[in-house]
Design a protein around this ligand. Sequence first.
Ligand code: ATP
Ligand code: MG
Length: 751
Amino acid sequence: GETGLPGYLKGLNAEQRAAVEATDGPVLVLAGAGTGKTRVLTTRLAHILATGRANPWEILSVTFTNKAAREMKERVGAIIGEAVEGLPWLGTFHSIAAQILRRHAELVGLKPSFTILDTDDQLRLIKQILQAEGIDDKRWTPRHLASLIDGWKNRGIRPEKLGEEDRWTFADGKADVLYRLYQERLKVLNACDFGDLLLHNLTIFTENADVLALYHRRFRYLLVDEYQDTNVCQYLWLRLLARGSGNVCCVGDDDQSIYGWRGAEVDNILRFETDFPGATVIRLERNYRSTGHILGAASGLIRSNRSRLGKTLWTEDDPGEKVQVRGLWDGDAEARFVADEIEAFVRSGNQHNDIAILVRASWQMRAFEDRFIMLGLPYKVIGGPRFFERAEVRDAHAYMRLVRSAEDDLAFERIVNVPKRGIGETSVQKIAAAARSAGVSMSEMAGLMVQTDEIRGKARTALQVFLRDVERWRAQADTMRHDELAEIILDESGYTAMWREDKSPQAAGRLDNLKELIRSMGGFDTLEAYLEHVSLVADLDQASDGDEVSLMTLHAAKGLEFPLVFLPGWEETVFPSQRSLDEGGTASLEEERRLAYVGITRARERAIISFTANRMIFGRWQSVLPSRFIDELPPEHAEAKSETGYYDAGPGFAGVSEPADPFRSAYDSPGWKRFKAAQESGARRDPGVIEGKAKLIESGDNGAGGFKRGDRVFHLKFGYGRILVADGAKLTVAFDKAGEKKVVSSFVEKA
Ligand code: ATP
Ligand code: MG
């Protein structure tokens, strides 16, 4: 009987309860969608706390999104009846790894203030490297290399470990060199990318037994949701950490493995019992989420996949309404149809919140957004291109990143002349080149150059003012709330004023975004916490709890549920995607099918699938065929309805144009080329060397470049001269023609 059980165990079925109560040793919960895996994990966490088995800070819990982490935190609090403030190790793989890396950054040659680059920064950096290496970046695109690098990192492969076959995947055998250069540049920038977070953790753990031992003692229980989507690197990380207590519980569903393209390996599930001997494996079969027809349609569909473990799923729910399938003329008609259905559903007493539209690719969102805006229908986009990618938000972040970390050259370059201060392209390139050849940050080099004649006139004054401002903000950061400081920075830098004076139609929206940004910063304790969050999340801007329809990709919908789910665009080449069809094999097609399974199983009461006859794809009208997945739905659980009213041609989409890349490359400069030459001739740029040089400049040691009073030198701009004063890297030179000038030692050579 259930009497005498703590409340949180009561509503669970026997298998669920077993999974909650088997606290010690390895446990794998392998079960289909909606069977309560996440609920089990949450309850287990509460159970460990309620029974005093561990303190909140001794439990490591991994969720797939930050949103899921927030929800889990709230639910645990609700279960044990107190606010759980201190679950510091509950988050995504990335956020937890970032937290660990901050504490031990120096062990991998970073400073604790390191920046986490987003995709945009990453692509610019790669582009610079390709250009500097003279590689045709039209043929060998930055995006291609970025995805290769991600792939290697996901598999735990560092540049030196790159195999012969991988080397030849890019730029005729230069893949390893480029990967290494990229890693070196990251270090110089005191930055890392997403993939590095876990990879650096692995390096730290494997090379520092004492650090690993620290975390072994710390993490007494480990819990992992959506285990089917862990990649090799995450798996290795987890296995290393789990060796400590051995109390690891993973929950997952092989049928929902949808991140294979990003390196996830469903085999991790199969390996669990081998790697964790004596593991308890628990299966859950009762689905609590969906109606009989929804479950029947999803189960029927996934049965076409050959590689799966296979499971039984049943429900006591009503069969409900069959899954509906609608054919429509084109994307606009589809959007009109969906909007009409939404309005009808809401009129019959439901909330907008109860509804989700799940698309295969984010371009599909556009038609829905247009329609919803026109109707004034409230909606939010989850994941996808978003708030944090807008130019004004990225500019504001660059200011804050620079204030936090003087090494952040990408941030420096982005905003040193935004708003326009008269620090032109040439000056910026000069600073970049000199900084690189001296192995110091651009901020530091700029600080040095403004004391000399290397930069003159208006640019020098402007740069001086800018550097002084940054210094002041940096000092204020110690005493002031970070959101207040952000406001001050945006005002004092002239950034807000720039948009206020801007007469373009978008300016008002940008100002609103800046306000929203400051508001959202207020929700974090520190600037670090905020920036960490920004670099890790894809979903902060959906924090609003307004009553809105959710629009998102199928990938972003994992773990979620809604009473009504729309699944538009079920057409060959859209879903399954062109790419999966091109690849030809069954593996990618089966992954698409699992995605379809994830989509249908998000629905609690109603699922509506639609397809169109005509699609504008990459600017061209094409007639398309309904998805093969529609044929695979068992007719006893799905019904086709034709809606002739929607078969009318619409105006279609406008063409999409690529915005020009506003980033300016400093790599064309002679300084960079000189630096490259020096590097190739054997000068290494490991972090030690960089530190060494930086110190040399700071300390004003006479040895910089080996210049001393009386030396005869040559300067590219001022010609020949003789050194009067050598003050560290700053030299005062009497030039034969140009007269007495202050210059930076890296700009002169001995004559
Ligand atoms: P997915 O594979 O999609 O992530 P899941 O296995 O994690 O699904 P949950 O999200 O935990 O499933 O649960 C699905 C729904 O069923 C939730 O609304 C949850 O509250 C409910 N549920 C789970 N277990 C029970 C139970 N024992 N009694 C009542 N409702 C339950
Ligand atoms: Mg779940």
